[in-house]
Design a protein around this ligand. Structure first.
Ligand code: ZN
Length: 241
């Protein structure tokens, strides 16, 4: 029997049950607060040490690294464990799919990860918790330990492009999958959102699980409006082996 490749595009709505608010979406916290948006805008971050000091304080205080996976993350990992080929394309930076048990190589993080920091000069990556420990110990804007460059969260800031390699892999999976499930995303942030259209164009069954309408509902084969925490586990059981 051929096992269908299931691609799951996950957005902020998947992590709200884990206590992580929507920061980045069209109605997200950052877009509503210009001062907060500066903290994650590349030009401001690189040009203003005070912005960086505030960013590090925010990272230390928001406790995002303590968030735990919820029923939706676990359902995705269980589907993969059942033997179904699953790939996750996520707009989230919280790493909760992997914490729930999805193998890291099967998760594409379109907007990067908040669990690592990257040097803007030598591009070296180190764990976020190491950098936060330095902030805790008194460094207000810890520089790269290798080259002295400015460190930033390994998330994609406003004003930065998405990683073309990650985006290419996401497009390839989208074209190859038989089932494409967009969950917890308003499908309004491009280019990630456009993947739903690409999947449908290539003949995948398009399923949308989201509380609010999306621009792709009309071309979807199935639209589910129930809460994600109950709807996704139920939906994925129908695909499990
Ligand atoms: Zn460096």
């Amino acid at each position: 029997m051929n096992r269908p490749l299931v691609a799951i595009l996950s957005g902020a709505g998947v992590s709200t049950d884990s206590g992580i608010p929507d920061y980045r979406g069209p109605n997200g916290l950052w877009r509503k607060d210009p001062e907060a948006e500066k903290l994650v805008t590349y030009e401001h971050y690189m040009g203003d040490p005070e912005i960086r000091r505030r960013s590090w304080r925010m990272r230390r205080e928001n406790g995002a690294l303590q968030a735990r996976p919820n029923a939706a993350h676990r359902a995705v990992a269980e589907l993969e464990r059942s033997g179904v080929p699953v790939r996750v394309l996520t707009q989230n930076v919280d790493g909760l799919h992997q914490l729930a048990g999805m193998p890291a190589r099967k998760v594409l993080e379109l907007h990067g990860t908040a669990r690592a920091v990257v040097c803007t000069r030598c591009h070296g990556r180190t764990p976020m918790e190491d950098a936060l420990a330095r902030v805790e110990a008194g460094e207000e804007d810890p520089p790269c330990l290798t080259c002295g460059g400015i460190l930033k969260s390994a998330t994609i800031f406003f004003g930065e492009g998405l990683d073309p390699v990650v985006l290419g892999q996401a497009a390839a999976i989208t074209k190859a999958c038989q089932v494409f499930i967009a969950v917890g995303t308003t499908l309004q942030v491009h280019p990630a959102a456009g993947l739903a259209g690409v999947a449908a164009d290539h003949g995948a069954r398009l399923v949308i699980v989201n509380a609010e309408p999306t621009p792709y509902d009309e071309i979807a084969d199935e639209v589910i409006r129930e809460p994600i925490g109950t709807a996704l586990p139920k939906l994925l059981k129908t695909w499990a082996i």
